[in-house]
Design a binder for this molecule. Structure first.
Ligand code: PRP
Length: 183
C-alpha cells in the first residue's frame, strides 16, 4: 500500500464488484430509454471509464467539469464550471456520473444546471456516498456504497491533484494534508 494511505477503503476487486452491480442496474432501468452518461471531471474519470463498459445497452457519453475543492480538503462551497457538455440534450435521459457525494454542493449544482435543458430525465450515479457530510434530503438515485469519514483518495479521487492514479480507494494520512490547506 502507498505509504501516504492510512487504510484501504475499497480494494480493486471490491470496486469492480460495485461497478458491475451498478452497470447491471443501469442497463436494466434504461433499457428502453435514451441514455446519455455525463461524466463529472475530473474525479469521476476512472469510475466513468469502468462504468460505461459495464453498461450493456446503447448509450452516448459526454463530460462536464466542475470544481469546488481547490487544493484543500473541504468544499469551498463555490462551484466553478470549467467545461460544459456539448448538447443538444433534448430528449436524452441524462445520468450524471460522480465519484463521490460529499457536502452535496456539486450534485445540487449539477441538478440545477441541467434542470431546464429539455432532457427527458436527469439522475445521478455516485460510487461513494459520504452520508455524514450532507443533508439527508440530498441523494443520488444510484449509489455504489457508503463512504467512511476521513479524506479519501485514489480511483480518481485526489488531494491537491495527487493520488488519482491509485487503483484502489484509501484514507489519506492526516499528516499529509495538515498544515497544507490552500482553500
Ligand atoms: C470532488 C468530487 C466530486 C465533488 C463531491 O470534486 O470529484 O465532484 O468533489 O464533493 P461535494 O459533494 O462536497 O460537492 P472536486 O471539486 O474536488 O474536483 P475534481 O473532480 O476535479 O477532483
Amino acid at each position: 500500500m502507498f505509504s501516504d494511505i492510512q487504510q484501504t477503503v475499497l480494494t480493486q476487486q471490491q470496486i469492480a464488484d460495485l461497478v458491475a452491480r451498478l452497470g447491471e442496474q443501469i442497463s436494466r432501468d434504461y433499457a428502453h430509454k435514451n441514455l446519455l452518461l455525463v461524466g463529472v471531471l475530473r474525479g469521476a474519470v476512472v469510475f466513468f471509464a469502468d462504468l460505461m463498459r459495464a453498461i450493456t445497452i446503447p448509450c452516448r457519453i459526454d463530460f462536464i467539469e466542475v470544481s469546488s475543492y481547490g487544493d484543500g480538503t473541504s468544499s469551498s462551497g463555490t462551484i466553478t464550471l470549467r467545461k460544459d457538455v456539448k448538447g443538444p440534450l433534448a430528449g436524452f435521459d441524462i445520468l450524471l456520473v460522480e465519484d463521490m457525494l460529499d457536502s452535496g454542493n456539486t450534485i445540487s449544482y449539477l441538478r440545477r444546471h441541467f434542470q431546464d435543458c429539455g432532457a427527458a430525465s436527469v439522475k445521478c450515479c455516485v460510487l461513494l456516498d459520504k452520508q455524514s457530510a450532507h443533508a439527508p434530503g440530498i441523494s443520488a438515485e444510484y449509489v455504489g456504497t457508503c463512504a467512511p469519514d476521513g479524506f479519501l483518495v485514489g480511483y480518481g479521487l485526489d488531494f491537491a491533484q495527487n493520488y488519482r492514479h491509485l487503483p484502489y480507494i484509501g484514507i489519506l494520512r492526516p499528516q499529509v494534508y495538515q498544515g497544507q490547506e490552500h482553500t
